[in-house]
Design a protein around this ligand. Sequence first.
Ligand SMILES: Cc1cc2nc3c(=O)[nH]c(=O)nc-3n(C[C@H](O)[C@H](O)[C@H](O)COP(=O)(O)OP(=O)(O)OC[C@H]3O[C@@H](n4cnc5c(N)ncnc54)[C@H](O)[C@@H]3O)c2cc1C
Length: 454
Amino acid sequence: MTTNGHQPHDPPTKTGIRVVIVGAGFAGLTAAIECHRHGHTPIVVEKFPSLKPLGDIISFAPNSSRIFDRWPGVAQKLDPISLRPPGLTIKSFKGDTLYHQVWTEEETNWGLRFDGHRGEFHQIVFQHAVEHCGIDVRLGATVVDYFEDDNEAGVVLEGGEKISGDVVLAAEGVRSKGRTTVLGYEDAPKPSGYAVYRSWFSTKDTVAQDPELDWLVKNGDRHVAWLGPDVHFIAATLKNGEDISWVCTHKDDKDIGESWQWEAPLSDARKVLEGWEPNIQRILDRTPEPLIDWKLVYRDPLTTWISPKRRIALIGDAAHPFLPTSIQGASQAMEDGATIAVCLKQAGRGRVSEAVEVFEALRYERVKSAQKTGEQTRDIWHKADFGAAKKDPESFRLRREEWLLNFDAESYAEREYQRTVEVVREKGVLEARELHIPAGRYGYLEYNGSIEKN
Ligand SMILES: Cc1cc2nc3c(=O)[nH]c(=O)nc-3n(C[C@H](O)[C@H](O)[C@H](O)COP(=O)(O)OP(=O)(O)OC[C@H]3O[C@@H](n4cnc5c(N)ncnc54)[C@H](O)[C@@H]3O)c2cc1C
């Protein structure tokens, strides 16, 4: 049985709602699995011709792990390949320990986090969608256009084939074509001024062989962040110390490309990390060439995520790209999928466009608040005054807030649908969004103004 009481192979009564989903990333696959769970009929089109284990470390917080929990067997597969350290140690670039943050209370009260290899996690979720749920996922299908009218919406594939349904979810990531359809203009990304060098490799014959570095793998997993002037470096060992991942966020204004496959030589990272403590230099000595060079782009929040006829919705990164310091991009993408599936069920086939409006109203302010947390953590870490901070080490801790992490998108949508749809009908989506500003000052709680202690 799943948590909503349905047998995994026996989804609830069919709603007759056909959902066309563009993109088989975490947003698209979650939307598909959740639509299937709620009785709709999803079809997914993905431009990649085959599944490849691309990417490196990705994080899912308790607000998304509870979505995985509802998919029989998935959390059990993710757990053994997830980062399981005793906590996060925060150090200065000179090697002094500033703070050690533990997750025990959060895990007990709100649920586990799953941090691990994006490609490995993606494969597990993909298999669940296809093999367990039997969802129709078409690989090698690139969407080149969208259309909608009062009765249906659809996509046009390269080659001319049209696929239509009651609603389309554009989950194509940051380079979304659906975004142009929804907004009516091209929304170009801006450089954020930062980029991330990334690496993932086996510790065998590298870090584990180095007597000065084996503390990273000896007693299981470790998670350490080093902070320097406008740079941070995070290393994590996973799978009981078998693999290591590191990321280094640094200033960069050279390019604004958004690709996970660009490379950089290790020497570029060495320049950025010159003068940093010996542990960092040793990790670099053991890192294979080349690095992934991921340019972080910034986009102003979109004015809307839904199309004029309310039959196309942007979800995941297509609607709201996140900075990695928020540690929420993938979790919010999953929340979108869980939410739209509930909205469609509550509305029924005759009122799909209303479901799309309620979806935006439920999600918009919550996502905006979550995005803000990424900027705040980056600024705290990158502009640190180490002298002053030693007197107040807690100021470095990662903010882990209950409104963000102890949240269940499915039950929230179920609970809030009715009152939201009434405001949508009476006053429109903009007014209805205001019902869902997270509790606290402007929804950002301690992220606004000075940092208050809990
Ligand atoms: C290859 C890859 C590697 C990544 N690696 C990491 C990582 O290591 N760490 C991390 O934190 N985040 C990573 N991300 C980003 C991360 O997955 C997302 O930020 C987050 O999970 C939100 O997912 P999403 O589904 O909205 O977008 P994405 O994960 O970007 O998925 C979008 C999907 O849409 C498909 N698509 C795009 N255009 C079309 C089109 N026209 N027609 C059909 N399909 C289309 C893409 O091929 C992709 O599969 C990666 C993304 C990708 C695509």
